[in-house]
Ligand binder design. Structure first.
Ligand SMILES: [Zn+2]
Length: 70
């Protein structure tokens, strides 16, 4: 089973042998959500949590848009 290094805690993370770029996994050591950013060798990066914040911001934008107090 291939392994890579967790960018958060530097522990080895086991990844599926058929992993593909963009796949997501979780570090069993620190629980970080990781995304595969490279395959040769396998590189892992922390999953971009700002993406979720942007989604929240989109919700706020539409919320403001509905607010017609201006
Ligand atoms: Zn980790």
């Amino acid at each position: 089973m291939p392994t890579s290094i967790c960018p958060e805690c530097s522990e080895e993370v086991y990844v599926d042998a058929e992993v593909e770029q963009g796949d997501q996994t979780v570090c069993e050591e620190c629980g970080s959500s990781l995304v595969v950013v490279g395959l040769d060798p396998i590189e892992l990066d922390l999953r971009d949590e700002e993406g979720y914040e942007q989604n929240d911001r989109d919700d706020f934008d539409s919320y403001d848009f509905d607010d017609d107090r201006y």
